[in-house]
Design a binder for this molecule. Structure first.
Ligand code: KG4
Ligand code: ZN
Length: 337
């Protein structure tokens, strides 16, 4: 059993947690959304500066909330990739400095591995193998989780990530940032069958469609065309557009996840990343999983979006197996799992 102090600064949340394997002792998440929303998206420079301003307070608060001291900490973990380089650097520099000063092991964690581990926080009895559907602002992946640190990516998006599609559609509907939660709320009041939108199939050279890969740029263009058409007859039926768009994304992700789990004989699907909070996806995937005799797990909303507890949970598992990282570890904006 390992107790880990973990830091996550890959994008626009400054997050620090203390985790004892799958148990959260404290979790601090400082969202910068209010700062970035005036620009319609995350401004990397502003994100790094903001992380730098509050990281020390967030670390102190994590200890206070957990009612623990440095003595209890077995290792220091941090997200090292992928993400915004400047933002990642703040977390990684803080973690390395603490590791040196406190003479504790240092563990660099891949952000997506963290999203996979978010499910262990709510379901401590979960064990591989299982299929993980990761749907965030930067990724849409189907990952075969074989063991701690042993992953095989079976499906990916060919263009926009699911969360990115939500954010872009919200922008073209002039709804604000981040778009996912806003569209989700509107969709619940709209008719999902109002407009038939494409499901984002990816053609294969050998014919037919790739069973697990998705594409959301065509869907985004279809929404743009629909909006241009409907603008001639105001008011714009925003709720119906949101519901139809969300329906298309949810159906597309559900179809691929179920096919993949069945083909690989995996009876558990876990979902992670910001879009795991989406009500349409939760509804579709849960219904389809039940019909196919599969178990589907969604983390609680606070662990769907970026947080440090999921990073600490992954790091504790690695530390238990003697895996640590060298202090020369760098940050990377892109890195396959
Ligand atoms: O995992 P996350 O917090 O950050 C990344 O690693 O990208 O995911 C953020 C993404 C954003 O694109 C946001 O719009 C989306 O998750 N999101 C949602 C919902 N809540 C957050 N998308 C759809 N429905 C939601 N309820
Ligand atoms: Zn994330």
């Amino acid at each position: 059993m390992s107790t880990v102090l973990s830091i996550e600064t890959s994008c626009d949340e400054t997050a620090v947690a203390i985790v004892k394997n799958r148990q959260v002792c404290s979790s601090i998440v400082n969202s910068q959304v209010a700062i970035h929303e005036q620009y319609g998206g995350v401004v990397p420079e502003v994100a790094s500066r903001q992380h730098l301003e509050i990281i020390n307070q967030a670390i102190a608060l994590a200890f206070t909330q957990a009612n623990l001291t440095w003595q209890a900490i077995d290792g220091i973990a941090v997200t090292c990739a992928p993400g915004l380089v400047g933002a990642l650097l703040v977390g990684v520099t803080a973690a390395k400095t603490l590791a040196i000063v406190q003479q504790k092991p240092f563990i660099g964690v891949h952000h997506l591995e963290g999203h996979i581990y978010a499910n262990y926080l709510s379901e401590p009895s979960l064990d591989p193998p299982f299929l993980s559907l990761l749907v965030s602002g930067g990724h849409t992946s189907l990952i075969y989780v074989k063991d701690c640190g042993v992953y095989e990516t079976l499906g990916e998006t060919r263009d926009d990530a699911a969360g990115e599609a939500f954010d872009k559609v919200a922008r073209l509907l002039k709804l604000g940032y981040p778009g996912g939660p806003i569209i989700d709320k509107l969709a619940q009041k709209g008719n999902a069958r109002a407009f038939l939108l494409p499901e984002g199939n990816v053609s294969q050279p050998s014919g037919g469609y790739h069973p697990y890969d998705s594409s959301f740029s065509g869907l985004k263009t279809a929404v743009l065309r629909l909006v241009q058409q409907l603008e001639n007859t105001p008011p714009l039926p925003v709720e119906n557009i949101a519901a139809s768009f969300q329906e298309s994304v949810a159906r597309s992700l559900t179809k691929r996840a179920i096919a993949c789990a069945r083909d690989y004989g995996l009876n558990t699907i876990t979902v992670g990343g910001g879009v795991a909070a989406n009500s349409g996806l939760r509804h579709h995937l849960t219904t389809a999983a039940t019909a196919n005799n599969l178990r589907v797990l969604f983390p609680p909303l606070k662990f769907c979006t970026d947080n440090a507890a999921m990073i600490g949970c992954a790091a504790a598992d690695h530390l238990d197996r003697g895996h640590t990282s060298p202090l020369t570890l760098g940050v990377q904006s892109r890195l396959p799992l």
